[in-house]
Design a protein around this ligand. Structure first.
Ligand code: MET
Ligand SMILES: [Zn+2]
Length: 771
């Protein structure tokens, strides 16, 4: 059984108009029952199949992936393997399976039953749910969903290729449950999950699948708790069992996001699997190794993670190079699932046509795959017109106005090491102490206040032109003044203006900076039913005019206390946009850094004494390969320093990072040289404080005492205990009291109560430490 000449590793599942979001949220709200939801998503899958066939993928040759998920693909695997934590056992049905209610409850929690933890999927902004495994986890085939979807497609005249997280990646991404013994490693349960995968393969075959795709991106990563050698050995064990299963479809193992480790590559080549899909954008053509002669090799030459039309001729060259490895067949593929890009450039009506001609969203990438596949079958001559058109678009992009701006380039070229260095820390501390007159354990928040329906309505009305600029300004001023009054009432020490003017912490800046475009429909799933709309960073970045100064100045005019200036940092602006791929990220980051530096100078001149530059994405972009990490940290930290190093000693720079894996990037966080850093701490009840102490972190630090990701109101005691833990471990002078992250997703009732408790907790601790 051969493989099609071209395929994609997965397709966006949220729907062109975010139909999935609407359908599941309506179900969660109790407005639609499970049957209605199932019917809606079945029609969504039907539309996806029809669209992919229309774009040129074969209906019956397994080239269309079945990559639908209600919430997350790792959760789907956990449910199918029966591997939900015991706190959800009661949701198992009489026939032993888990239904939709179990899936959603594991994702979202239920009263005291905490949801599965969520974390970033490799170096993307997509979040998966972390399986919890221990010695006693019972694995058993607990859902027929994958097989049902194959059958559904069959009935519709399609032979699709189910996409499932593979056994090694499933366990490598899991964490030991709270019940596990100290030192337990989830991967030690490999032999036990394999039996279930064997059963699953048989069920898929029975339903009509001819190929199955097992995703094993763990095999590219050097950032997991297992070495490449351990992961390769697990791969050997796993695929020996699966390849020898008596009753199975052909197996394609897919490993995108970076170069497959040489160890895993050799193991997979020597194994009995039928195909291997590799990433040739972030990886290169691998070495010839024994066992390839009977394999299909899917060359990931179309980038699943960016939105550029790119170099199609170069992609075809790479496929031809792959043929020299002597595999049974070479097919054209995407590097990863297309779940990381929006659906269709054709849905954008406001973008400049010239920019549009350089872009490829998911549907355009499918068409590129179809072109490359035709070239593999019929020869380069057959597709030369398409290859040349893509090359011409690249050439046009290189010379278009705005892509390279001399004045911007002259500035980055003239940068000097001094531009990245702030004044001596001791002098800074003295100057800030004198200038700011803050109490011990100052209280503050991370920036945003609740984004009420009223705010969203006003923003939309303004965007539609229903209220004019003056009226919208008045609205925002009233909102700022309300938020300032509230903080006065709560007796918070360092205030914020609340960020009501921002639709999103990156897009707001993208709209005001040169070099960016924003989309109308470019939604990308972030987690569950949540999607973001990344901006397109296509040209040289500069700041035509101040972006936040007016609001900061107005807010400061309403208070005797300090109001923080609030900016998004250069690394996060890059990480949460689709960035240009025609120059090193370091150059783009410095351009953004300089734009922010100008903004910070203007804020300082306007009398803002404390300026916060958020970098929640600093950890996320950390390369998966250890060899690449130092260079990344160098330019990312550098761009933050470039943004912030121009201020006077007396101006206090804050930064905010919302994750607790502090230890992983502690040196980089120290090197940011911010005066104060706020981080996530509440979910682990302050565990990260020990890392901060052990590292001898020299700057101010605000370990979040309230987990804002949950609607729960943390009590005074709860917040006090985390703050007390900090006071016991760290010099009191360094500690700040604040929530975990911004409050924009919270409601006002819980916000006011939680902040009141935070202030009370802080006052209690101050008293105890005699401050
Ligand atoms: C994801 S980090 C968010 C920081 C931002 N200043 C806010 O409060 O919303
Ligand atoms: Zn945050």
């Amino acid at each position: 059984m051969t493989f099609p000449a071209g395929t994609i590793l997965g397709y966006p599942r949220i729907g062109r108009q975010r139909e999935l979001k609407r359908a599941v949220e309506s179900h969660w709200a109790g407005k639609t029952d499970a049957d209605a939801l199932e019917a809606t998503v079945a029609s969504l899958r039907e539309a996806t199949r029809a669209r992919l066939a229309e774009l040129g993928l074969g209906r019956a040759d397994s080239s269309i992936p079945e990559s639908f998920s209600f919430y997350d693909q790792v959760l789907d695997a956990a449910v199918t393997l029966g591997a939900l934590p015991t706190r959800f056992s009661h949701l198992r049905r009489e026939d032993g399976t888990f239904g939709l209610d179990a899936l959603f409850t594991a994702a979202r929690g239920d009263g005291d039953r905490a949801p599965l933890e969520m974390t970033k999927w490799f170096d993307t902004n997509y979040h998966y749910l972390v399986p919890e495994i221990d010695e006693n986890t019972v694995f058993s085939l607990s859902s027929t969903r994958f097989a049902d979807q194959v059958a559904e497609a069959r009935a519709d005249g399609f032979v699709t290729r189910p996409v499932i997280v593979g056994p090694v990646t499933f366990l490598a991404l899991a964490k030991a449950s709270d019940e596990a013994a100290e030192g337990f490693s989830p991967l030690s349960r490999l032999a036990d999950v394999l039996g279930v995968y064997v059963e699953l393969l048989a069920a898929l075959k029975d339903a009509g699948a001819e190929w199955v795709q097992l995703d094993e991106p763990a095999l590219v990563s050097e950032s997991l708790p297992y070495s490449p050698a351990e992961l390769a050995e697990a791969t050997r064990v796993a695929y020996d069992v699966l390849a020898n299963a008596a009753d199975r479809p052909q197996i394609l193992v897919a490993a995108g996001y970076a170069q497959l480790s040489p160890e895993a590559w050799s193991v997979l080549a020597a194994s009995g699997v039928d195909g291997i899909a590799i990433d040739l954008r972030r990886g290169s053509v691998p070495a010839a190794v024994p066992g390839l002669d009977n394999k299909v090799l899917v060359g990931g030459v179309i980038d699943g993670r960016n939105i550029w039309r790119g170099d199609l001729a170069g992609a075809f060259d790479t496929l031809e190079e792959l043929r020299a490895l002597g595999t049974a067949q070479v097919a054209a593929g995407t590097t990863t699932s297309l779940q990381h890009v929006p659906h269709d450039v054709a849905d954008e009506t406001q973008l400049h046509p010239r920019l549009v001609s350089w872009l490829a969203f998911a549907d355009q990438k499918v068409a590129q795959i179809v072109t490359l596949a035709a070239g593999l079958v019929d020869g380069r001559e057959a597709i030369v017109g398409e290859l040349d058109a893509a090359t011409a678009a690249l050439a046009d992009r290189a010379v278009a106005p705005g892509v390279r701006v001399d004045a911007v380039r002259a500035r980055t070229a003239a940068l000097h090491t001094d531009d990245f260095v702030r004044g001596n820390e001791e002098e800074r501390v003295a100057a800030q102490d004198a200038a700011l007159a803050l109490p011990v354990l100052p209280t503050t928040t991370i920036g945003s206040f609740p984004q009420t329906g009223e705010i969203r309505k006003a923003r939309a009305a303004h965007a539609r032109g229903e209220i004019d600029d003056a009226a919208y300004d008045e609205f925002l001023k009233a909102e700022i003044s309300r938020v300032i009054d509230l903080q006065h009432d709560l007796d918070i020490d360092v205030l914020v203006h609340g960020e009501a003017e921002r639709n999103d912490m990156v897009q707001y800046f993208a709209e005001l900076l040169d070099g960016f475009a924003v989309t109308q429909n470019g939604w990308v799933q972030s987690y569950g039913s949540r999607a973001t709309r990344p901006s397109l960073l296509w040209g040289d970045v500069s700041r035509p005019a101040p972006m936040t100064v007016r609001w900061a100045e107005y807010a400061q005019s309403l208070s005797e206390k300090h109001v923080k200036g609030m900016l998004t940092g250069p690394v996060t602006i890059l990480a949460w946009s689709f960035v240009r791929d025609d120059q090193p990220l370091a150059e783009t980051a410095n351009q953004a850094g300089l734009a922010l530096r100008d903004e910070i100078a203007d804020l300082e001149n306007a009398g803002i004494a404390i300026i916060q530059v958020d970098e929640p994405a600093l950890r996320e972009l950390l390369p998966l390969k250890t060899a690449d990490q130092a260079a990344y940290l160098d330019w990312s930290v550098g761009s933050f320093r470039l943004a912030t190093a121009g201020v006077a000693d007396a101006t206090q720079i804050h930064t905010h990072l919302c994750y607790s894996e502090f230890a992983v990037v502690i040196d980089a966080i120290t090197a940011l040289d911010a005066d104060v850093t706020s981080i996530e701490a509440a979910r682990s009840r302050g565990e990260v404080i020990d890392d901060i102490r052990d590292a001898g972190f020299p700057h101010g630090v605000g370990p979040g005492v309230w987990d804002i990701h949950s609607p729960r109101v943390p009590s005074v005691d709860e917040q006090e205990s985390i703050l007390q833990r900090a006071a016991d471990a760290l010099p009191h002078k360094l500690i700040w009291a604040n929530p975990d992250c911004g409050l924009k997703t919270r409601g006002y009732d819980e916000t006011v109560e939680s902040l009141r408790n935070l202030v009370a907790a802080t006052k209690n601790v101050r008293e105890k430490i005699g401050a």
